[in-house]
Write a new protein. Structure first.
Length: 183
């Protein structure tokens, strides 16, 4: 089939799978494993932000400040018109209801839940990962503040600290409604 036919042909919209959680929870790693297993696309929203701004995520967050960064992230999320895609979101996406409503419309939200000690260790191992954090705010502050928001938005939860990314991906695929994973 020529590419023009694929682009112009009406598409049956299929849901996405949206992963939310703290930086270091494994959203990108688990998301890539889910996408491979389902033969879907994978999208890391932090990578889109970096591509739009032409800089590393932490540089962008530092330059914009926490609130402006979160606003920019929200607008980028709200611009997504995709399907059959596993989306790994930035950890701060949960601060904007408009972004979360849009993600919910795209597909089920899955909270990758890792204990603080795991997040702390992973973030320390990759200090350039990019955090939307205000001056004087600690990683623990972010973790506990966001945990309630993640729990409130995500109907599906996956504890990620004990299992491998592949095991987590298999568990998520198994636990989601069949109409989602059949796409």
């Amino acid at each position: 089939m020529p590419i023009d036919s694929l682009i112009t042909a009406p598409r049956k919209l299929a849901p996405c799978i949206v992963l939310i959680g703290m930086a270091g929870a494994g959203k990108s790693t688990v998301g890539e494993a889910i996408a491979r297993a389902l033969d879907w696309a994978f999208l890391d929203s932090d990578s889109i932000i970096e591509a739009i701004y032409g800089a590393r995520l932490q540089t962008i967050a530092d330059a914009l400040g926490k609130d402006a960064f979160i606003d920019a992230e929200c607008e980028i999320i709200r611009s997504l018109r995709i399907n059959r895609t596993v989306i790994a979101t930035g950890g701060s996406v949960v601060y904007r209801d408009a972004a979360m409503r849009h993600l919910t419309a795209l597909g089920p939200l899955v909270y990758l839940d890792a204990p603080f000690v795991v997040i702390e260790k992973r973030v320390a191992a990759k200090p350039d990962r990019g955090l939307a954090i205000a001056p004087g705010e600690s990683l623990a502050d972010l973790f506990y503040e966001r945990a309630d928001l993640y729990n409130a938005w995500a109907p599906f939860h996956c504890a990620v600290h004990a299992d491998s990314p592949g095991e987590c991906a298999r568990r998520i695929i198994r636990d989601l409604p069949p109409e989602v994973v059949r796409g």
